[in-house]
Design a protein around this ligand. Sequence first.
Ligand SMILES: NC(=O)c1ccc[n+]([C@@H]2O[C@H](COP(=O)([O-])OP(=O)(O)OC[C@H]3O[C@@H](n4cnc5c(N)ncnc54)[C@H](O)[C@@H]3O)[C@@H](O)[C@H]2O)c1
Ligand SMILES: O=C(O)C[C@H](O)C(=O)O
Length: 346
Amino acid sequence: MVKVTVCGAAGGIGQPLSLLLKLNPQVSELALFDIVNAKGVAADLSHICTPAVVNGYQPANKEDKTAIVDALKGSDLVVIPAGVPRKPGMTRADLFNINASIIRDLVANIGRTAPNAAILIISNPVNATVPIAAEVLKKLGVFNPRKLFGVTTLDSVRAETFLGELIDVAPTSLKGKISVIGGHSGDTIVPLINVNSDIASKVNKLSKSQYEKFINRVQFGGDEVVKAKNGAGSATLSMAYAGYRFAEGVLDSLAGKPTSTTTVPDSSYIYLPGVPGGKELASKSLKNVDFFSVPVVLENGQIKSFINPFESLKVTDDEKKLVETALGGLESSIKQGSSFVQGSKL
Ligand SMILES: NC(=O)c1ccc[n+]([C@@H]2O[C@H](COP(=O)([O-])OP(=O)(O)OC[C@H]3O[C@@H](n4cnc5c(N)ncnc54)[C@H](O)[C@@H]3O)[C@@H](O)[C@H]2O)c1
Ligand SMILES: O=C(O)C[C@H](O)C(=O)O
């Protein structure tokens, strides 16, 4: 019996992500929470002939706390795509003012009602919303760093698609052959070609300019979608796919199927000091930046271990420079997120 709650379920990501979760036979209960239209989306999805029982939870007014509590009660996995998306001309950091308090309040409810749930945060700016979540859970005394995940899978999905086009290889064969580490915003996104894989020779044939264009496209792929949608939001369908890909890994691990280690697994933006070896990675290679996206191995709905990119993926000098640049941006976003909660009342 696995209960999954989606917070922000009626939104552009929330709806297709909820659809994909409804199709997963391991999900027995799917709770859809939103401040608008949650019941409508739930009624619609509930007609699909798969096992998950779908319920919608929508507060009657701003003071109504029962809807969120009922949505979260007994949840094993909470996925959060709640909050506002970008419009052209905005950075993800511009979303902080609105999304920071949405994440703080939702995570406080999770900490009080479903403290054992794995939490997947999609809402931007991920580089800061995950530190917000960590700080809230710490304040409530229920922080389990092995169960808090910033969802950065869309960067891997993009890297596989764009690299596949460039080297003329099926993108579906590239999972695990290119990892994306760092954060989820512009130059904090660091794609790493896994030089141990069979694509290394093809990638080596790329010119410097082709390689740099590829890196830039992964780092700023979100902008392409924001521009094309022209004011109607940011990536939703590709994000639903990516969010589901990561959520499915968590669900598989809950069902006793741990992450395969025959290829490099997907990355997630996590609190490194909370996982074995993470503090050492942060101090040795990341100038003590505590939140960083690394490939994670899951077991029973939580992080079992991570792959240290500097030890296992042969990070090149060019890639080390990208990491160096990423650290500056990450440090300030992490500080912004943590201090927001320190000055907040929960
Ligand atoms: N991590 C990533 O790779 C990634 C990718 C794409 C988008 N995003 C982010 O995901 C977020 C959602 O994007 P979207 O396109 O689905 O936006 P959207 O506006 O279409 O949907 C957001 C939903 O959140 C709901 N919501 C707002 N406040 C809420 C609250 N307090 N509780 C519950 N629900 C609430 C809204 O009613 C809406 O239905 C944005 O912040 C966006 O930047 C992240
Ligand atoms: O670009 C955005 O604002 C949304 C998302 O983070 C993305 O990478 O598509």
